[in-house]
Design a protein around this ligand. Structure first.
Ligand code: AMP
Ligand code: MG
Length: 416
């Protein structure tokens, strides 16, 4: 367990300090052995070495004829050489004999190269006449052959720990005969949404009610981040109900939404403490998402996200997502990209501002950013119309043409 940061009353942490506290409290990643198909989408908890070489056997790269180079030396533009076709090597049904002088074997792509041969001549460079094959064009000795082990030898590193088992990786592993692998277990997350004013989408709504968008946002974000949602509930703003809900929730991470400000109906912080959680921080000098709350009880972590949808999303993205990534063996961090401001972007406020920006690709000069319109912490369009965000200190201006690091929303993952 990491050190506790003892936060003073009314004290506000910097973004950096808050991240440090989260890093100090990272739970240990755990892994399990799964069959390849069950492991899709997971992250490798081990380096994978090739159990066998690739290709496993020397084979043809083309449909054509397997021949002996010495037999076709005489081929020129106006002189072809005739060879006797003595059999066929198909993928999955290799030719059993040995090819001798003046002989050839019909061969398909991926089929075992017939014994005695050292070259493949493509179909289009030949002509079949009177039971023989006439070789009309040759390229080089050994052409169109894939040699055993030319891609990798047995024992070579194929994939490193932290790599995602995506479509290409799964194909590589299947091809190389890796049937079982050690992958990280997804961290188990519970979602607890608070708010008496909330109704679900599709339900009837009164004039003074609000549709709950944080529940679905968190479910989607957790799925994208590679976590498993083990529980999701919504409670009214009632102290006892909130406490009971936290008390009966067992998960690696409990994510609460709303109820962490200073209002009379904000019960999450007290409820967490009453359930035995130790507060690690509350309030960060940032906009949006100032009231973020973080606590710990044994191996369980609890985040209290602000209820405002944009604040909740930004806090999740900047603080919770890197933690989930770390539990998948990926470096604690964000997918960054450098981009040039296409106009002045300023922070005129008193807090560091996570300014949502739109990225645009310009051929030859790279990415540029522009300020996404209307950035209120209740305005979800500031997220859907943006690709990422920049963090500007109070008074900081990024001038037109200046470069700045952008935190991208998509998680391009780098192994630790
Ligand atoms: P709170 O942090 O609970 O004070 O909520 C701050 C603001 O966010 C209020 O306007 C809430 O109505 C709104 N809000 C809280 N939770 C949600 C939610 N799950 N979905 C959408 N808006 C919410
Ligand atoms: Mg609330």
């Amino acid at each position: 367990m990491g050190q506790h940061y003892l936060q003073q009353k009314n004290d506000t942490l910097s973004i950096h300090e808050a991240l440090e506290i989260i890093r100090e409290n990272l739970p240990r990643a755990t892994s399990e052995s799964l069959f390849l198909e069950k492991a899709i989408g997971r992250y490798l908890a081990e380096d994978i070495y090739a159990p066998e070489p690739s290709p496993r056997y020397t084979n043809s790269a083309m449909d054509g004829f397997a021949v002996r180079w010495q037999d076709i030396l005489a081929v020129t533009e106006d002189h072809s050489v005739a060879l006797r076709v003595i059999g066929e090597s198909q993928a999955g049904d290799q030719f059993a004999g040995i090819v001798g002088a003046g002989e050839a074997v019909r061969i398909s792509t991926g089929a075992v190269l017939a014994d005695g041969c050292d070259t493949v001549v493509r179909v289009e460079d030949t002509e079949e006449k009177d039971g023989s094959i006439h070789i009309k064009h040759v390229r080089a000795q050994g052409q169109d052959i894939r040699h055993r082990g030319e891609e990798f030898e047995q024992g070579e590193l194929l994939l490193s720990r932290g790599a995602r088992v995506n479509a290409a990786a799964a194909a590589l592993l299947a091809g190389a005969g890796v049937a079982k692998l050690n992958v990280y277990k997804p961290c188990r997350v519970a979602i607890l949404v608070t708010g008496s004013e909330l109704v679900s989408v599709g339900e009837e709504i009164a004039d003074d009610q609000i549709r709950d968008s944080n529940m679905i946002m968190l479910k989607a974000a957790l799925q994208e981040a590679g976590a498993e949602v083990v529980r999701s509930i919504r409670v009214t703003d009632d102290a006892l109900t909130t406490q009971r809900a936290i008390d009966e929730t067992v998960a690696d991470i409990v994510i609460c939404s709303g109820g962490i400000s200073v209002g009379r109906h904000d019960h999450v912080k007290k409820a967490a403490v009453d359930c035995g959680y130790t507060p690690l921080f509350w309030r960060i000098l940032q906009k949006p998402g100032k009231p973020l709350y973080f606590a710990r009880k044994g191996d369980m972590l609890l985040f209290g996200l602000p209820g405002n949808p944009v604040s909740a999303f930004m806090c999740f993205t900047h603080y919770v997502k890197p933690l989930i990534a770390a539990l998948n063996g990926v470096a604690f961090g964000w997918p960054m990209i450098s981009a040039e401001a296409s106009d002045d972007i300023a922070n005129q406020g008193k807090r560091p501002n996570m300014v949502r920006v739109k990225l645009q690709w310009r051929p030859n000069s790279g990415y540029s950013i522009s300020h996404a319109a209307r950035q209120g912490s209740h305005m979800l369009t500031s997220l859907t119309r943006a690709d990422g965000y920049i963090i500007l200190q109070p008074g900081q201006v990024v001038g037109r043409g200046e470069r700045i690091d952008v935190y991208r929303y998509e998680f391009l993952r780098e192994p630790i």
